[in-house]
Design a protein around this ligand. Structure first.
Ligand code: HEC
Length: 257
């Protein structure tokens, strides 16, 4: 039973690192419990085990004490059965550890998606080029027809958008469960309320495929609307979104000078 002693030394070394170090740390900085990181712990334990092995195999007596039990099992024909079991257990455990180590992870990689990426300065939609920095909603000037335009925007919305963005504009349309990212909730102050109309115009017109690369990795299901509705309908539906939710578009910063 000479191998009990080196095992005890390894165990004491482990406890000293695992509990002793945080205890000292807590004494020096009350209220903290500074544990050793696992990777560093592994390194320290490697040195502890190598140190113990070196110490106990220094003399031939110590060597016999450590190796003795193993040599006894494998050198003794009467213990062949036991030797086979030991081999299977040790081999199995080693294989399991190796398998766990190399097994690929099925978790999705952590990637950040920018919900409102910086828009391009010019975009091409309806075979025209728009400068998003200076673009304004032309229909806002037409004060006389404001109510009519909003109403027509509502028609565009309930024909094209509500089944994803919801009939209450809360992003909970019939199909919202199927999408990741989910359709935008226009009632939420984190969407159109913090965007300029030109930004919304760009997002509606060019949809998910029009997002710059920061908009990935999740493919957006938002359709490219300039293929399906007119430029005027787009401005109208945008006016409807603001009117219905009671939000106002973010003002464009004017640069005078
Ligand atoms: C097939 C489902 C679907 C339909 C239909 C749809 N959208 Fe979307 N929309 C999405 C999804 C998903 C997102 C969120 C991902 C993104 O930003 O591209 C989104 C995002 C948006 C955004 C961006 C909001 C923000 O905070 O950046 C606007 C604006 C928008 N949709 C307007 C509309 C309008 C207007 C229509 C109708 C003309 C419409 N959508 C129809 C799925 C849809």
């Amino acid at each position: 039973m000479k191998f009990i002693k080196p095992l005890l030394v390894i165990l004491i070394g482990y406890l000293l690192l695992k509990v002793g170090v945080p205890l000292v740390g807590a004494k020096l900085h009350p209220g903290t419990w500074p544990v050793i990181p696992t990777s560093v712990m592994k390194m320290y334990m490697f040195f502890v085990i190598v140190g113990v092995l070196l110490m106990y195999t220094y003399s031939s007596e110590g060597y016999d004490g450590l190796i003795g039990p193993i040599a006894d099992i494998y050198g003794n024909p009467a213990k062949t059965k036991f030797a086979i079991i030991a081999m299977v257990v040790v081999g199995g455990f080693g294989s399991y550890v190796a398998y766990e180590y190399v097994k690929p992870s099925f978790e999705a990689p952590v990637e950040l998606r920018s919900v409102h990426p910086a828009p391009p300065s010019t975009v091409k939609m309806w075979n025209k080029s728009f400068n998003l920095l200076t673009l304004k909603n032309p229909l806002r000037e037409d004060k006389a027809n404001l109510a009519k335009n909003v109403e027509e925007g509502g028609v565009v919305y309930y024909k094209n958008c509500f089944y994803c963005h919801g009939d209450l504009l809360d992003g909970k349309g019939h199909f919202f469960h199927g999408f990741n990212p989910m359709p935008a909730n226009f009632q939420d102050v984190g969407t159109i309320a913090m965007l300029t109309e030109s930004f919304v115009f760009w997002r509606v017109g060019s949809g998910g495929p029009g997002l710059p690369s920061e908009g990935t990795p999740w493919a957006s299901a938002m359709p490219v609307w300039h293929n399906f509705i007119s430029e005027e309908e787009t401005w109208k539906v945008i006016m409807f979104l603001y009117d219905y939710t009671g939000h106002s578009p973010r003002a464009t910063e004017e640069h005078k000078g």
